[in-house]
Write a protein that binds this ligand. Structure first.
Ligand code: ATP
Length: 345
């Protein structure tokens, strides 16, 4: 352990005229929870399928644990894939589903049943081994799929939007469980999602995909607080960019800056203007959205552009919130929270 679980070099894949993956270089160390995040069509699933061996690259190299596997079939790779629809066998019991891979590998019956039971206990499904998938809830089916993936102790687990079919509450619960499970088993997880919140919550590191390329790789905090490109700044978190005249006035130099909504305070227009540590801008509240625990303000700036500010509802109630619409305000943030976004891309 301690080496690199996955290494991709110059990976490319074209389908006819579509360039799905346009030169991806990536190294994922052993034991990492790594997410591939990006909008629909950005190439993340194709990269996952290239790692699994379901697709052959047009160019580049896939290495697993230091071994070039680019031309190897899926079953010759020490990886397992969990799909969004779980792909459980409906006519088999839960236990048979979990033990199936071991059966294919000719593990003796008693041994594979013991392992399947252990795997089911690991995902908190002990006692449900005799049911069929149709007799389980969505979250339970998800766990069966995980148990089936983990039973063979693959070195790498590839997960393609595995929580996509679950409702929000269950999804959030499974995010926490999945992360805990990954820590416990220490297997490298590569998790594909288009949900930025999910990626930020679960990952050790994230790669942000855009049009077949990776725009940034980093920890959740790096991606969120130091977006490397304009695309990352707008795709992860609310798109809150200072540009043109507003940027010139606030920062004293042209360029594009990103300020996260929760870093912005909404004050009365008459509040103190800029000082050495803070920037302020004035504007008019265009929209107020009451979110229960917080309120979102959309403010049209006098110098042009619009910013979103998020305030915790420490004392405010939903009745107070509506009164803000159309009012004049001053937005203030600490200067270090306005992050310069490179203009490339
Ligand atoms: P989603 O979140 O919607 O799954 P994605 O980021 O995973 O999107 P991919 O599925 O990797 O994106 O697709 C990248 C591009 O490649 C898309 O334009 C898609 O239409 C195209 N593509 C993927 N698979 C094939 C295929 N088998 N044949 C033709 N085009 C494909």
């Amino acid at each position: 352990m301690g080496g690199s679980a996955i290494r991709l070099q110059g990976l490319r894949k074209t389908f006819g005229r579509t360039e799905a993956v346009r030169g991806v270089d990536l190294e994922i160390p052993d034991g990492e929870f790594f997410s591939m995040l990006g909008p629909s069509g950005s190439g993340k699933t194709t990269v996952l399928r290239l790692i699994a061996g379901f697709e052959v690259p047009t160019g580049g190299v896939v290495e697993l644990a230091g071994r070039d596997v680019t031309r190897l079939a899926p079953f010759e790779r020490d990886v397992h894939t969990v799909f969004q629809d779980y792909a459980l066998f409906p006519h088999m019991t839960v236990e048979q589903n979990v033990a199936y891979g071991l059966k294919v590998r000719r593990v003796p019956k008693a041994e594979r049943l013991a392992q399947a039971r252990r795997a089911l206990a690991g995902v908190r499904l002990e006692g449900l081994g005799d049911r069929r998938p149709a007799q389980l809830s969505g979250g339970q089916r998800q766990r069966v799929a995980l148990a089936r993936a983990l039973v063979g102790r693959p070195r790498v687990l590839l997960l393609d939007e595995p929580l996509g079919a679950l409702d929000l509450k269950l999804r959030e619960q499974m995010q926490v469980e999945l992360k805990a499970l990954q820590r416990e088993v220490g297997i490298t997880f590569v998790f594909v999602t288009h949900d930025q919140q999910e990626a930020l919550t679960m990952s050790d590191r994230i790669a942000v995909f855009h049009r077949g390329r990776i725009e940034q790789v980093g920890t959740p905090a790096e991606i969120y607080e130091r977006p490397a490109t304009r695309f990352v700044a707008s795709f992860v978190g609310a798109s809150n960019l200072l540009e043109g005249e507003t940027a010139r006035r606030v920062a004293g130099a042209p360029g594009t800056y990103s300020v996260r909504p929760e870093k912005i305070r909404v004050l009365e227009e008459s509040a103190v203007a800029d000082d050495a540590e803070h920037s302020t801008v004035t504007g008019t509240v265009a929209e107020v959205v009451y979110l229960g625990d917080a309120t979102r303000f959309l403010v049209d700036l006098d110098a042009g552009g619009r910013l979103t500010a998020l305030q915790q509802n420490l004392e405010t109630s939903s009745e107070d919130v509506a009164a803000y619409r159309g009012s004049r305000v001053r937005l203030r943030w600490h200067r270090r929270h306005a992050v310069r976004v490179p203009d490339t891309h």
